[in-house]
Ligand binder design. Structure first.
Ligand SMILES: N[C@@H](CCC(=O)N[C@@H](CS)C(=O)NCC(=O)O)C(=O)O
Length: 460
């Protein structure tokens, strides 16, 4: 018999006795020892049952008492309220309404102090990255619940559109995006679709060929295995299998990459895929493992990306790109000496001018004309004008071939234009389009989606 059943039985026995009854009698009726009885009586009291009496006198349950159907601690109420507020802000109208209803129902049965705690707005859910979602989340949820196939129009990160029949498996919610995990009939494999890139969707009459839960298990098996338990995720990259002989000691040093699939770490992931050496990914979570002492020892900023190559730690996306290009010259990502001037110039321009100009501009703050001389980037407009003039008619930012500077600049421009931080200009779009289809960029995207999906399944 479970503890819950035992407590319930004891409550029923107490209900049957209108007058105090000795512990020995209760214990006998309940088929438990006296010691267990005393423990169970204090458990019932802790749950709110008014059992009066004490050893030697006997026990009686106060008449009219009903065990509250649910009782919460103050902390449980806070957890519930915060979770419901999150659902209210970050999902669809149907779920938001349901969350509001739950809130009202729970508040209605709570004692006054807990109700106040629930309605207290001390813990606030901030704005998410509210990307427009062309397809209502409610439709995707319905397909999941009904176990039906869907037909979708999907536009990938390069803007290439495709029509697909998918078998929805689950939806992962991240701070900045949502990912629909589904079997894709077109690709004949599990795929992760960013829901903001699903342009249209329709639920089909056909049911999933296998139960969704089974598909979920199959999908989980396809995720990359963990290889290090010291952090939440640690996965070998796609290059593990195609390691080439090493020429120097530094080549054989371990390459560890600290990232989060929704971060500037994606720049470095692309760079690592270009390098083509084996590396281990350690995914860190915002606010938790990213700020834990183990990681602060790697990067005291508590930010990603960072890499560790043997004993060398490098942080800052731009520095990592330069470092990797130099550490693995065989990848050909550092230019010849005569192009190094342009190479360094635009790498530092990207990190030191473009990025602060774009992020300040995004927040609505720009240096006043008087302040421009004190700000390294001068003004947002001047940064964009200088860069677009340089890129006009060029395929590579430095020299006549692809380098680490292109990895950084393409990534920043692509992300900046997509998020609205950097205004779209023809020179930027042409330059970005020339590189984003590189096989290494695509491999990086696949790795990032897998990490994001793995993150979602861990969180689930
Ligand atoms: N200057 C750094 C910026 C790194 C950065 O801001 N990373 C963000 C993610 S894109 C981060 O880790 N934020 C976590 C935090 O600040 O707590 C670089 O270029 O690598």
């Amino acid at each position: 018999m479970s503890r819950a059943e035992r407590l319930f039985d004891l409550l029923q026995i107490l209900r049957r006795h209108r007058h105090p009854v000795s512990g020995a009698v209760l214990a006998r009726e309940a088929g438990i020892s006296l010691r267990t009885l005393y423990r169970d009586i204090s458990s019932l009291r802790a749950m709110g049952a008014q059992v009066e009496g004490e050893p030697g006198i006997g026990y009686v349950l106060k008449p009219g008492f009903l065990l509250p159907p649910l009782m919460f601690s103050a902390q449980e109420i806070e957890a519930l309220a915060l979770g419901l507020r999150w659902v209210g802000r970050r999902t669809d109208e149907g779920l938001a309404q349901a969350a509001r209803n739950v809130m009202a129902k729970v508040a209605a049965v709570l004692p006054g102090d807990l109700r106040e705690r629930m309605e207290d707005n001390a813990l606030v859910v901030g704005h998410g990255w509210d990307r427009p979602q062309p397809v209502d989340l409610a439709l995707l949820r319905r397909a999941l619940n009904e176990g039906r196939k869907m037909s979708i129009s999907y536009s990938d990160e390069k803007g290439a559109r495709s029509e697909r029949i998918i078998w929805p498996v689950s939806i992962g919610f991240f701070e900045s995006t949502r990912v629909l995990v589904a079997w894709c009939e077109l690709r004949d494999s599990f795929r992760h679709f960013r829901t903001d890139r699903i342009e249209a969707a329709e639920i089909l009459p056909e049911r999933l060929p296998r139960p969704r839960r089974q598909l979920m298990k199959e999908w989980q098996k396809t995720l990359l295995p963990e290889s290090d338990s010291s952090v939440r995720y640690s996965v070998p990259c796609s290059h593990q299998a195609r390691e080439t002989p090493m020429r120097q000691d530094t080549k054989s040093a371990d390459l560890v990459f600290y990232t989060n699939p929704q971060s500037r770490g994606n720049i470095v992931q692309w760079m690592l895929e270009e390098i083509g050496r084996p590396y281990t990914v350690r995914v860190l979570e915002y606010g938790t493992t990213m700020k834990a002492p183990e990681y602060l020892a790697v990067n005291p900023m508590g930010k990603v990306p960072a890499i560790r190559h043997g004993a060398t730690v490098v942080t800052e996306a731009a520095a990592i790109c330069i470092y990797l290009a130099d550490a693995f010259p065989e990848a050909g990502l550092a230019p010849a000496p005569e192009h190094r001037g342009d190479y360094y110039r635009w790498l530092f321009f990207t990190a030191g001018c473009l990025e602060p100009a774009a992020t300040n501009h995004m927040t609505g703050w720009n240096p006043t004309p008087d302040q421009e001389m004190s700000f390294g980037y001068g003004s947002y407009a001047r940064v964009l004008d200088s860069l677009s003039a340089w890129l006009e008619g060029r395929t590579y930012v430095a020299g006549d071939r692809f380098t680490a500077a292109d990895v950084l600049l393409v990534s920043q421009l692509q992300w900046g234009m997509m998020s609205g931080m950097i205004e779209k200009r023809r020179a930027f779009e042409t330059y970005v389009a020339a590189h984003v289809q590189r096989p290494a960029a695509k491999r990086a995207d696949e790795q990032i989606e897998k990490l994001a999906a793995q993150q979602a399944s861990k969180a689930a």
